[in-house]
Design a protein around this ligand. Structure first.
Ligand code: EPU
Length: 363
């Protein structure tokens, strides 16, 4: 366990903000976390890789970070559900028995919340297990994948999450959440809403496929893959899909080690069908995705249409290859990033009459 006072968070946020936490604690096991909980006071912030945060100032409370590691294929009965009565329900009385079904070509893998997300993806791809290859190279850690419902190229974490193990940060009790209980939606979960700040995720169990069903229909993924296919082969292997995703991301998204950023700064808004149809008359080239409850319009496209791509305000910039990403051009303060964010939101509102909102958590 690490426990520091007045600790610099510079290496714990990819935007590169040099802020301090009054206390910073990193625990290695679930047991250590439970022992730690009674010592915690004041405001708490649980971070993962710090790739979706913008610190506005020093954090006057305790920052928690999980260093729980390990990736394990599960055999039945699930060890994480053992103990107590052995009845396969969680405390909410929801049946967990279907979670144990691994007969239909799938395998359950339990991963520590502190594992780097892309290390888990690489582990799965190397073993020929499908389901997360489209989520290659997303920054951050496994715990955050379950909070944020990370997504890319037509796949979201919710598609593969079977169970989430978490510890109540007040009572110190463990709770196991089924996928349905996590209330997943686009970049949303119960951990960002009703239970925000209340639980620390310790393990996530994913259901992966032994005979992967590839999802290649997003954007130019299929086209990139077809170019890379070895001669005579017509079906890409998982490793090729992973490589294509890595190539696409590297071409479009800035490397936080070179230029501070937190990936997509804004969420893509969902508008009503009527609103979409009226916009489409003015902008026939506008990309869109039909989703539950309306039509999703890429915020990056709208920001680009407003002329912001590659532009800057002070030391805060808009990435020149993907307008959804705001970058720290070097020494930017959080105020500069927020001023750019507000100016962009206003311009998008004025041009399209659509409100866009940050995906990044402002702390
Ligand atoms: N577009 C532009 N100009 C831009 C950016 C985008 O015209 O500057 C257009 C693109 O040509 C495309 C459409 O907008 O037609 C969508 O762009 P893209 O496929 O790059 O995806 P996105 O909607 O901008 C989302 C995720 C990304 C994820 C990609 C791929 C959100 C907030 N972002 O971006 O996630 O990698 O799809 O699935 O949903 C992240 O969350 O940090 C992230 C990078």
């Amino acid at each position: 366990m690490k426990d520091f006072s007045n600790y610099s968070l510079l290496n714990h946020n990819t935007f590169g903000m040099d802020v301090k936490a009054k206390r910073y604690v990193e625990y290695d096991t679930e047991e250590e976390l439970k022992v730690l909980i009674p010592t915690l006071s004041g405001e708490l912030l649980h971070i993962g890789g710090g790739s979706n945060l913008l610190f506005k100032a020093d954090f006057e409370g305790t920052v928690l970070h999980s260093a729980i590691h390990g990736i394990e294929k599960q055999t039945l009965p699930l060890p994480s559900l053992q103990g107590g009565s052995g009845i396969p329900t969680n405390e909410q009385g929801n049946s967990l028995s279907s979670v144990g079904e691994t007969g239909k070509g799938s395998v359950l893998v339990r991963v520590g919340a502190g594992v780097v997300w892309d290390d888990f993806v690489a582990w799965a791809v190397e073993r020929g297990l499908g389901g997360v290859e489209n989520l290659s190279l997303i920054p951050g850690e496994v715990g955050a994948s379950a909070v944020q419902n990370i997504g890319a190229y037509g796949v979201e974490a919710k598609d593969v999450i079977a169970l989430v193990e978490a510890v109540d940060l007040k009572a110190g009790e463990k709770r196991i959440f089924t996928n349905a209980e996590c209330q997943y939606a686009y970049r949303q979960s119960i951990f960002k809403n009703e239970l925000k700040g209340k639980y620390a995720i310790t393990y996530v169990t994913y259901r992966l496929q032994k005979n992967p069903q590839l999802k290649l229909d997003y954007g130019n993924l299929r086209a990139v893959l077809e170019q890379n296919l070895p001669h005579g082969e017509n079906r890409p292997a998982l490793g090729l899909v992973r490589q294509a995703i890595i190539d696409i991301r590297n071409a479009k998204l800035p490397d936080p080690k070179v230029q501070g950023n937190a990936g997509s700064f804004f969420m893509n808004p969902v508008v009503s069908r009527e609103k979409f149809l009226s916009l489409q008359k003015d902008y026939p080239q506008m990309p869109f995705y039909e989703v539950e409850g309306g039509v999703k319009i890429p915020a990056g496209w709208m920001i680009d249409q407003c002329g912001w791509k590659g532009k800057s305000l002070g030391r805060a910039g808009v990435h020149d290859k993907q307008a959804l990403v705001l970058v720290n051009l070097g020494g930017a303060t959080s105020d500069e990033i927020i001023r750019l964010c507000d100016t962009i939101c206003k311009d998008v509102h004025d041009k399209f009459d659509i409100d866009i909102h940050p995906e990044v958590n402002l702390i």
